[in-house]
Design a protein around this ligand. Sequence first.
Ligand SMILES: O=c1[nH]cnc2c1ncn2[C@@H]1O[C@H](CO)[C@@H](O)[C@H]1O
Length: 340
Amino acid sequence: MSDLTAFIAGLPKAELHVHHVGSASPRIVAELAARHEGSSPVPADPELLTKYFEFRDFAHFIEIYLSVVDLIRDAEDVRLLTYEIGRELSRQRVRYAELTVTPYSSVRRGIPAPAFCEAIEDARTGARRDFGIDLAWCFDIPGEAGLASAEETLRIALDERPEGLISFGLGGPEIGVPRPQFKPYFDQARAAGLHSVPHAGETTGPETIWDAIRELGAERIGHGIAAAQDERLMAYLAEHQIPLEVCPTSNLRTRAVTDLAEHPIGKLVAAGVPVSVNSDDPPMFGTTLEQEYAVAARLLGLDSAGVADLARNAVRHSFRSADGKARLLAEIDSYAAGQG
Ligand SMILES: O=c1[nH]cnc2c1ncn2[C@@H]1O[C@H](CO)[C@@H](O)[C@H]1O
């Protein structure tokens, strides 16, 4: 292990962009597949699963993603998945994670919304107790499912209002799914006190990010790497301190970028755009948050002090309470000082 790898492994971290089902590790998938044996195309064997997670393009990724979603069939699956994600994140010294959860997919599959929310809340409590990690929820609209899914996601968010819910998002494909149509749902979610965190500029250009800001009131942008194509937008993000949740390996694996060396994170940082580094769907992309920090360190030429700053960015950009932020920042400071 290099010094920097060891430093990253021990560094207390916050994760701001990680999808719920997309975090199902081979171990969790095998457990879920075993619970519903013989009725899913998702292989339980880790080697076959690695092959299954090779994506031709973004559309293929979404197709595979939804086949894993289909493994989540009852409230106990939801609880197990969520609790185990807490365990695996805490092993990487993640202290706080905002998990993007798509209740619409599970409710449509027959899990009642109250049971779904109870299951994630039960896992949140258990993960805090057993692993010392704080989880929070971003409920996202699966864009490909259209306005009906927006309506339903909003209804679940407002009617159930689980304690860990802090933000409202929009995921899935961007091509053919214009952001402005979701404005009324974001307006209502924001009026109810939820933060606005749509995906934008992952698979389409800067205009989608402008739409997310102007129409959806985005306070942070999921991915947002297309901002690098627009100087005015980068200046705007810097001036208004609208952070991007950057997930480098995800962009490579869905073929949003052809080569990590061409990833725009360096250009964004140089323009003063606030960024954090995140893992998106780590097992599906063959990565971990620790590896994403290592990739970012390489692309940005960071030493351990620079990596600690990246971890501080994630805390500062998070929607955690001021108290919780201060505690985690202090933990990072004391870790960095002890290693220095
Ligand atoms: O990188 C990503 N971009 C967009 N959506 C994603 C990504 N990873 C997982 N999802 C998930 O895809 C589902 C279908 O819309 C949603 O559940 C969304 O959260």
